[in-house]
Ligand binder design. Structure first.
Ligand code: ADP
Length: 474
């Protein structure tokens, strides 16, 4: 049936309501402090009258801030679930319409419905889409569509502020919003009385990752022999969403292999799939091809190790990420000269992509500011696909968000990107060039064993010291 599954009844922009989300705090892990703080909201929702009687002011609004996939939506649902109250959810982008008045009407409608069914929770995801900093004096542009859209956005934001200010009358409703770009929000929204709580939701640490894995493992059939803690230890930068995906992927692998439960090997397969894409079956590299590929892969892993060794000596953080990616191509240049392979060109493309992001996100004047933790480092090399997974760890660690399009900047960015990449590439070639012997040894080991571990790379580096002084560090 062609129409099956299509819901004609609900207009696109009405809030999704969950009478009961069914999510509890025990479904959330790795963000204990946030959960602790949010408990109070549950107590309030369970008994708003008591708070009223005691003269305790309920919190107005709560802003959950942090990178995607760390459980902001999940924890918001858990608040409603614990309190057993309805959950009204909308995305910020659903309020953004060109037609004047539509967005603000949607805001009014959302708050009205939540108040009728109070106690209740309103959750607006990606609130930055609707509440970006206003322009101050509204600048007329020659583009009428742009003018209309800007004006409409401001009307919508104003309506949201009005609703939040009148919140005392809507007792029993908690307003939660989430963003990963707090810096973009209009300051009016952050003023006291609107969001009086701002809670940071961080990517989980090793312990958090283990707890998250346990939660998701408990929902599938996981063999007792699987050592979850080793995954928690070895997957730095992985968010809750990514770990949930890992368990799902492992379950699919297990089904495909007709295992009765998920085995360690299924988990390993799933990690590979999520980090480097599905294994390429059917492409058999000849020996020469293998040497090439080994050079590229070792180049990336070895560069990552070298940078770790000289961590303090290298000033610009973004150098580190780009250089690691350039390591593949640079290793080829050191070993084979100029002529390069497809795999290393892919790495080069990734490096340019990343450099571009760095320049555009941390803006042109001040491109080197970095948020978040240091980059995850490559511990090993394998014969697998050439992609590194940006959507996952790197992406999340650095809050690399697609910047708004700006065509005028484009040329300048392209130029700066090329300049940056050229500079990094030169540094990388000279770094690997100084470690020529270690590079050759590591390539041989990888070719022999098909896999080389982080310890082995370190061992090689210790035993094959640089032939020439490491100039890159000057
Ligand atoms: P966000 O709203 O921060 O982008 P979500 O809450 O939508 O992230 O996370 C997506 C999914 O990932 C969740 O539904 C859950 O399955 C899993 N997940 C994310 N963070 C956690 C966490 N801290 N604990 C358990 N599961 C998590």
């Amino acid at each position: 049936d062609l129409w099956q599954g299509i819901d004609f009844s609900r207009s696109k922009a009405e809030a999704r309501v969950d009478g009961s989300t069914g999510v509890k705090f025990c479904d959330v892990a790795g963000i204990d402090e946030a959960v602790e703080e949010l408990q109070e909201l549950v107590r309030y929702l369970k008994n708003p009258e008591l708070f009223d009687k005691m003269g305790i002011k309920p919190p107005h609004g709560v802003l959950l801030e942090g990178p995607p996939g760390c459980g902001k939506t999940l924890v918001a649902k858990a608040i409603a679930g614990e309190a057993g109250v309805p959950f009204y959810q909308m995305a910020g982008s659903e309020f953004v319409e060109v037609l004047v008045g539509v967005g603000s009407a949607r805001i009014r409608d959302l708050f009205k419905r939540a108040k009728v069914n109070k106690p209740s929770v309103i959750f607006i995801d990606e609130i930055d889409a609707l509440a970006t900093r206003r322009q101050g004096i509204f600048k007329e542009s020659s583009d009428q569509l742009y003018n209309a859209a800007t004006q409409e956005r401001e009307t919508t934001l104003n309506q949201l502020l009005i609703e939040l200010d009148g919140f005392d009358t809507g007792k029993g409703v908690i307003f939660l919003a989430a963003t990963n770009r707090k810096d973009l929000l209009d300051p009016a929204l952050l003023r006291p009385g609107r969001f009086d709580r701002k809670i940071r939701i961080r990517p989980p640490g090793a312990k958090g990752r283990l707890d998250i894995l346990k939660i998701h493992a408990s929902k599938v059939k996981m063999s007792d022999s699987v050592d979850l803690s080793s995954y928690a230890q070895n997957l730095p930068g992985w968010t809750g969403a990514k770990l949930a995906q890992l368990v799902q992927e492992a379950a699919l692998v297990a089904v495909r292999k007709r295992h009765n439960s998920i085995l360690q090997s299924d988990m390993d397969d799933a990690v590979d799939r999520l980090t480097v894409g599905p294994k390429r079956v059917g492409i058999e590299l000849g020996y020469q091809g293998q040497c090439r590929r080994a050079t590229t892969e070792v180049g990336v892993a070895l560069t990552s190790h070298l940078l770790r060794r000289y961590e303090n000596a290298i000033v610009e953080c973004c150098d580190r990420i780009s250089i690691v990616l350039l390591g593949g191509r640079a290793a080829e240049e050191v070993i084979y000269g100029r002529d390069t392979s497809k795999a290393s060109v892919d790495y080069l493309a990734s490096a340019s992509w990343l450099a571009r992001k760095i320049l555009t996100i941390w803006n042109l004047e001040n491109p080197m500011v970095i948020h978040g933790e240091p980059p995850p480092w490559r511990k090993s090399a394998r014969f697998v696909g050439p992609r590194l997974d940006f959507e996952g760890s790197l992406y999340d660690d650095y809050n690399l968000i697609e910047p708004p399009l700006n065509f005028k900047l484009d040329d300048e960015v392209a130029e700066r990107t090329e300049e940056l990449i050229r500079k990094m590439y030169g540094k990388t070639v000279s770094l690997l060039g100084s470690h020529h012997a270690a590079l050759l040894k590591a390539i041989k080991v990888l070719l022999n064993q098909k896999e080389i571990s982080g310890e082995e790379l370190d061992f090689i580096l210790n035993n094959y010291p640089p032939q020439t002084p490491v100039r890159v560090l000057e």
